[in-house]
Write a protein that binds this ligand. Sequence first.
Ligand code: XCC
Ligand code: SF4
Length: 654
Amino acid sequence: MDTKKTKEKTLPDIKDITICESTGKMIEKARKDGVELCFDRAATMKACPIGADSACCKHCSMGPCRLNAKDPYAKVGVCGATIDTIQARNFGRMIAAGAAAHTDHGMAMLDLFREVVNGKIKEYTIKDPIKLNEVAASIGIETEEQTTEEVAHALYEQLERTYTQVEGEIPFVKRVPPKTLESWRKLGIVPRGAMREIMEMMHRTHIGVDQHYENIMKQGNRTALSDGWGGSMVATEISDILFGTPVPVAAEVNMGVLKENQVNIIVHGHEPNLFESMMASVNSPALIQAAKDAGAEGLNLVGMCCSGAEMLSRHGIPHAGNFTSTEAIMVTGAVDAMAVDVQCIQQALSKVADCYGTYLFTTNPRCHIEGAEHIEFHEHDPSSCTDEVVIKAISRFKSRKYPVQIPNIRNTGIHGFSYEYINYMLGGTFRGSYTPLNDNIINGRIRGVAGVVGCTNPRVKQDWVHVELVKELIRNDVLVLQTGCSQIALAKEGLCSPEAAYLAGPGLSEVCEAVGMPPVLGMGSCVDNSRILIAASEMVKVGGLGESIAELPVAGAAPEWMSEKAISIGQYFVASGVYTVFGVTFPVTQNTRFHDLLFNGLEKQGLGKWGFTPDPYEMAQKMIAHIDAKRKALGIHKTRERKLVDMAERRELA
Ligand code: XCC
Ligand code: SF4
């Protein structure tokens, strides 16, 4: 008891942990209940300072070797590896792991697509044949006078190359602006196939192979590009083809989407197929009846994390919270079952679930958790898994033993801005194009575009960095594109609703009001960052803003990142030409040649560059300064200066 008290004393104030009111309430309750959450673990487990600077190597048993980040060139590893080699290898392996996660997910989607096309799986169909044709045409597949089946077969064969091809270029590089692609070809970083790139990355970072940090990063770029323009893009496009391309839909987020008198089922993870089948199960009349027989008013399905963000965007399914709220939500006592698949599933969920009698089910052969029941999900017979989850959830509802306390907070917003929809929204049905977006950038109403994405991380105040950064950006007329856990942070603050236009600068708010769109456009899960790449390519294609992605007045950020996937995403944005700023910490020692390569050198090679600051206001400044520099290089800064005068005038009027 005593130890518990001292522990409580050392735990930080809840207002310093999160700005999410519901999560805060649940942290408070968890502390009373004696249940530990990630925030508590982060507070009591200091991050390893050597690892944080990436100054250690354990790639062989002559080590592990530990260098001194304060004096990085004073020592080398037993094999002679320098700080630059060690960090580049560590960074390369983070990219490889992140790229592997996205591409393996994409491959699972492609496996499903193949079986649907071959007629072996009947539970799913091609829901969006228009998108099928568009994707096929974008990589040069003949679609005129072809049946849907023929196009689908041809597309499958082409997209399989994204993974398995051993030489040549992956299919989606056909979508890359020619000048950007040219710079990749010159550098030798056009991906051949994701499996090959990830394999080579792992090989080159083994002891005694690649020992030049620049050469290691060449493969780092190539591997990351095989994710962004490969695995992730395939995942997004195939999911749209099978489940429908998102169009804007009003939906609710936050813990208040749980319902006390209903059976609450949460799906958390990344793969839309599990979620789609769960939707079918909760709509099954027999199961609805079973829930009613158990005394419930119905079945309530909600999402979390990325599969949640994807379903929020695609179907308007309510979303209960982002990554660092996944344990906290169970503290409500209202979660009858949580089904997870892959990625960002904290092992501690199992313990918290135990504390509140929630059923936690793993469903994917790639992800089991000690202490959690595994009900494997098979695409050939999806309902046998998802029905079982629902049945178990109903039984838990019937025998709920714990008091239920649901924070009564819900925020409505508009989600589901696929790049196709942005096209339509700005250009109209008859002249759908990115021309109006480019025009508004050129005339200075919109200063530039920022992609703000990524995780939440218990080492920083949850949601706060996302929200402050984005408010600052839109106030300065920067249109914000969102995905993943970041999108949920913004949605909880009401920034995904058209009414948030009043927080935007005069130019951006004028555009938002004219079109009826929010200043923050939610596009889906983290694999859907590929939508941002395509939007950027469209902007180049339309013209007036330079010939490569590197010339666009755009910037990216992952203010509260935590996963290796985020590093892979960051690197593919950088390699595509985007200035990308990360928060929290950056896993590289400062004042080293490798650090200089990431933060300056890559840009000199014609790519983008990395930036870092944990401070949201400084982050916004860096991004805006970059956008302004790009405007100046394009010769469109004058229009903006005029706009700024307008703003001053407006202020005077107000
Ligand atoms: Fe995971 Fe994708 Fe990060 Fe959220 S944002 S914590 S990676 S769920 Ni993608
Ligand atoms: Fe040490 Fe070199 Fe082995 Fe790394 S690879 S642990 S630096 S000896």
